[in-house]
Design a protein around this ligand. Structure first.
Ligand code: E4P
Length: 217
């Protein structure tokens, strides 16, 4: 499973990128707002750092506007994936932009039928939002599993990009289902390394080592 980082925090991306953990980056208008940076400037900085796809989202609500904005965002770098919402206008824009050979990420997906339409429209990525369904006491993982089954039934090449991931447990669940990519905030990716028994075991080893009086270096 590929890891995308769901942030426009350049320092946080760099830290994970230096460990080889970053296969791509996703942003959205809220993430750009939180960064306090200019969308083109910060996106260019991220694209220069990361070789994989970097999603930048359009904000027009009509298809022509999304297409125009998508072409403008694509000028930032070759690894831009144009993000459009899963509306009828977004599907039209996806069809045109993917027909031009551009990477398109169709976002705000909350149903298997929406994912089926995105694949038919030529999406490179479909972004089902797991956490926002869980927030409503719905099973976000069921959505990912249903999309996996549908795409595999027909050999659709659209990549399932599990999004709105809130915990390390979500990462495990989407990996077990077979999502192609998971995008998560940096703190969630880092929290995957945590285990209370690792901390406890390390503490015991350190105490016993101190009793030996030895040094390795
Ligand atoms: C994905 O592309 C989205 O930017 C993101 O995962 C949304 O997550 P949220 O529901 O935590 O805002």
């Amino acid at each position: 499973m590929k890891f995308f980082v769901d942030t426009a925090d350049v320092e946080a991306i760099a830290e994970l990128n230096d460990l080889g953990m970053v296969d791509g980056v996703t942003t959205n208008p809220s993430i750009i707002m939180k960064s306090g940076r200019d969308i083109k400037e910060v996106t260019k900085e991220i694209c220069d750092m990361v070789s994989g796809p970097v999603s930048a989202e359009t904000v027009a609500l009509d298809a022509d506007g999304m297409i125009e904005e998508g072409r403008e965002l694509a000028k930032i770098a070759d690894n831009i994936a144009i993000k459009v919402p899963l509306t009828w206008a977004g599907l039209k824009a996806c069809n045109v932009l993917s027909g031009e050979g551009r990477m398109v990420n169709v976002t705000l997906c909350f149903s298997p039928n929406q994912a089926l339409l995105a694949a038919k429209a030529g999406a490179t990525f479909i972004s089902p939002f797991l956490g926002r369904l869980d927030d409503l006491n719905l099973e976000g993982t069921d959505l990912i599993a249903d999309i996996r089954t549908i795409y595999d039934n027909y050999g659709f090449e659209t990549n399932i990009l599990a999004a709105s991931i809130r915990s390390a447990n979500h990462m495990k669940e989407v990996a077990l289902i077979g999502a192609d990519v998971a995008t998560a905030p940096p703190n969630v990716i880092k929290s995957m390394a945590n285990h209370v028994l690792t901390d406890k075991g390390l503490d015991a080893f350190m105490k016993d080592w101190a009793k030996t009086g030895q040094k390795i270096l």
